[in-house]
Ligand binder design. Structure first.
Ligand SMILES: Cc1cc2nc3c(=O)[nH]c(=O)nc-3n(C[C@H](O)[C@H](O)[C@H](O)COP(=O)(O)O)c2cc1C
Length: 329
């Protein structure tokens, strides 16, 4: 398998196996989180890179309460669809596929950005490294509030489809809300959303099912999964493998592996594919495509990871951010 071999995900075929993973640029309008001309220009340049087959646009907030930062991209309102359509158009014009990343920041939201309560599975400080914010203790979500968040994921998926996105990615990595439910470090709930692994993944399965129903059977759904916290008492590779098997059973089309409470880097590791201990374990147990991101800076490194069966697709983040013409000749 080479990186230039096409790959099918749901009803979509990507021209290569190199993916530009979500990289938040925070270049949206201050009010409304709308797409700007500067973003169109930037994403157009990245999509023109012939190495890339799929672009997953930066994390977009599904409700104001889940907004992580000023000038973050919004998919929380129908008024965002027009700008998002311009974004998907410029990417399609350059021959790439594009997925939307849907996110609720949970306790990583910043109170003076949202002007709302900060919420999380449990009232626990976020142990992410490095810290996303030094906010106050979050309020524990009620079951009704959890249902409302699932509905917000559904509405955001419908908007993504209307805006011309080829698929959606549910964000459960880097210490954001769904990842906070999954990690034993941040979920101490006593109800059906806490305790066992199955319970800590309940919001994931309910979200996947609800989104699937809204977008139809063929429309690709990816989960970005911070499968391992690499911290004492946190989620483990064994948990990650079980979770990915569950996602596959629930009809997810692609799993994008990254870190949990360690976020997207791993202490003491900078080698290409520094989360490959996770992806190698997952790939033995699932048959849906696995995207691995972290530390890749050359085509050759990406090729090697695919040849070694550590991944079906490889993400190249910072190298493309630094140079949209990365390895493009
Ligand atoms: C500035 C910056 C912004 C990022 N924004 C996001 C994001 O919006 N969503 C996400 O899932 N990951 C985000 N990431 C993580 C990247 O997708 C990727 O996993 C990380 O950069 C490691 O890959 P790399 O070594 O190829 O850069 C971001 C990383 C950086 C450096």
């Amino acid at each position: 398998m080479k990186i230039d071999e096409s790959i099918q995900i749901g009803n979509q075929t990507f021209r290569t196996r190199i993916v530009m993973p979500p990289i938040a640029t925070y270049r949206c309008t201050q009010t409304g989180g709308n797409v700007t001309d500067e973003m169109i220009d930037y994403y157009g340049k990245c999509a023109a890179n012939k190495n890339v087959g799929l672009i997953i646009t930066e994390h977009s907030y599904i409700t104001m309460q889940g907004k992580a930062k000023e000038k973050q991209l919004s998919i929380a309102d129908d008024s965002n669809i027009e700008g998002l359509s311009r974004l998907t158009d410029v990417i399609h014009q350059n021959g790439d596929k594009v997925f939307a990343q849907l996110n609720h920041a949970g306790s990583a939201a910043i109170p003076n950005v949202t002007n709302m309560d900060i919420v999380a599975p449990s009232s626990i400080a976020l142990p992410v490294v490095p810290p996303i914010s030094d906010n106050e203790m979050p309020k524990e979500l009620s079951k009704t509030e959890i249902e409302n968040i699932i509905e917000a994921f559904v509405q955001a998926s419908i908007r993504a489809k209307k805006a011309g996105y080829d698929g959606v990615e549910i964000h459960s990595a880097h210490g954001y809300l769904l990842n906070q439910f999954y990690s034993p470090l941040t979920n101490r709930r006593k109800d059906e959303y806490g305790g066992s692994l199955e319970n800590r993944l309940r919001i994931h399965t309910e979200t996947i099912r609800a989104v699937r129903q809204a977008v139809g059977n063929d429309y690709p759904i990816s989960v970005r999964f911070g499968g391992c916290d690499y911290m004492e008492g946190g989620s483990t590779i064994d948990d990650c493998v079980k979770a990915c098997r569950l996602f596959e059973k629930e009809g997810v089309d692609m799993i994008s592996l990254s870190g949990g409470m360690c976020r997207y880097t791993r202490k003491g590791h900078t080698e290409p594919g520094y989360f490959q201990d996770m992806s190698l374990a997952v790939k033995k147990q699932v048959s849906i495509p696995v995207l691995l991101t972290g530390g890749v800076t050359t085509r050759k490194e990406a090729e090697q990871l695919i040849e070694n069966h550590a991944a079906d697709l490889v993400g190249v983040g910072r190298a493309l951010l630094k140079n949209p013409q990365w390895e493009d000749m």
